[in-house]
Write a protein that binds this ligand. Structure first.
Ligand code: GLA
Length: 402
């Protein structure tokens, strides 16, 4: 995140070199000895929500908030993990994966998937320190999985690539943790590019990088709530999409996902769908169109148009997909009243977390102050507000030598 002059804005995180030194020092305190360091970023999604698990299109960017993992090999078959955020230690056995139902499952899950895929991992000592706020829709879980995956892969000799890593991390979340997420978060954490948005086709996994406009900023506003229903409702939405595909395939033989259904087909076959399933399908199909239109708008520097598509996306998520909540709606509503705002929408899975706002660069200080004040007055909570810069994907941290 870049620093913002307004008092309401969040302070910038430590520069990476300082944070790296801090994390190695923590490792030394907990375990003693040397370590290697890896980092993986969280993400914002500009448009294309709940489309990834429907083989659709998304447009996220990696943000400059990282999960850090420090690691050293151990001569055992166990992995010891210390979380600096939770101040907790966990140990798991590489040959007997057993979910513990807490934060460590993201790491254990990645280790289990790596081993299942044929990588032979040694035991390890790990320390995790994440700057990605948890439960805020910025994908702290994918950042943890990817950073842990990079660190574990570094301890073994076989070759690998970033797409495999993203896919393994997603499998860890689907099969070990039990959240049926799509590929977006892990893909962008692995493949983000500084100064660029990632336009990703979630079926072919082909990505195109789009430069971020220089005269506007992406501002993230955290509602500071996360409703307990989020995880359960996410899986329900996914099943509803699958039900839609199954019902629509009666009239559209051969379709395998909502990606294959046009708006015309959906309306023609509407009678085959219960109303709630129709609404879910409508969101996904229209959202895929919005992603393409938004990419075209960005390429032509049409920021008003991009902002309008963001607002339409929020409306569709609120009314058709029903994954918003009063706090997100309020945050979006307040943003739309501030001059210099092109568009605002919820970002991520929903039911709390953050909104993302496209704001003219010169309007950012006033935006930040106004939102902080009005949201606090209405909700009694101080929202965290950050100006985001699109960042580089995950990697090993190597201290500069000179
Ligand atoms: C979560 C999931 C992603 C994606 C978004 C919604 O972040 O992890 O795969 O489905 O929700 O777009």
């Amino acid at each position: 995140m870049t620093f913002n002059s307004s008092p309401a804005a969040q302070p910038a995180p430590l520069p990476a070199a300082a944070r790296a030194a801090e994390v190695s020092e923590l490792f030394r305190k907990v375990y003693g000895g040397q370590c290697r360091l890896f980092r993986a970023p969280g993400r914002i999604n500009l448009i294309g929500e709940h489309t990834d698990y429907n083989d659709g299109f998304v447009m996220p960017a990696a943000v400059d908030l990282d999960c850090w993992v420090a690691i050293a090999p151990a001569a055992t078959r166990t992995v010891e993990v210390h979380s600096a955020n939770f101040k907790q230690n966990r140990t798991f056995h590489l040959d007997q994966p057993q979910p513990l139902r807490d934060w460590s499952d993201y790491i254990q899950g990645v280790a289990a998937m790596l081993q299942q895929s044929g990588y032979r991992l040694p035991g390890a000592k790990m320390l995790v320190a994440s700057d990605v706020p948890m439960g805020s829709g910025l994908s702290s879980s994918a950042a943890l999985e990817v950073a842990a995956g990079l660190a574990l892969l570094d301890l073994q000799p076989a070759s690998w690539n970033r797409l495999q890593l993203a896919q393994l991390c997603r499998r860890a979340e689907n099969e070990f943790v039990g959240a049926r997420c799509g590929i977006m978060d892990q893909f962008v954490s692995c493949n983000g590019k500084a100064g660029h948005l990632v336009l990703l086709d979630c079926r072919s996994l082909e990505a195109r990088y789009l430069p971020v406009p220089e005269d506007a900023r992406w501002v993230i506003c955290n509602t500071m709530v996360k409703h307990a229903i989020a995880a359960g409702e996410y899986n329900v939405r996914r099943s509803q999409c699958e039900e839609g595909v199954s019902l629509l395939s009666g009239g559209l033989p051969g379709i395998t996902s909502l990606r294959d259904v046009s708006l015309e087909d959906l309306e023609r076959l509407r009678a085959a769908l219960p109303p709630v399933i129709h609404k879910r399908c409508l969101h996904v199909i229209t959202e895929n169109h919005r992603v393409h239109w938004a990419a075209a708008a960005l390429e032509q520097r049409l920021l008003q148009r991009f902002g309008h598509l963001m607002s339409e996306s929020h409306r569709s998520l609120r009314d058709d997909y029903e994954v918003s909540c009063p706090e997100l709606d309020l945050m979006v509503d307040l943003a739309n009243r501030v001059s210099g705002v092109y568009g605002a929408r919820m970002t991520g899975g929903g039911f709390g977390g953050c909104t993302v706002n496209l704001v003219a660069a010169e309007a950012v200080p006033e935006f930040t102050t106004k939102i902080a004040k009005t949201y606090q007055a209405r909700m009694g909570v101080v929202p965290e507000i950050r100006v985001s810069t699109a960042s580089e994907g995950a990697g090993r941290w190597r201290a500069a030598t000179s």
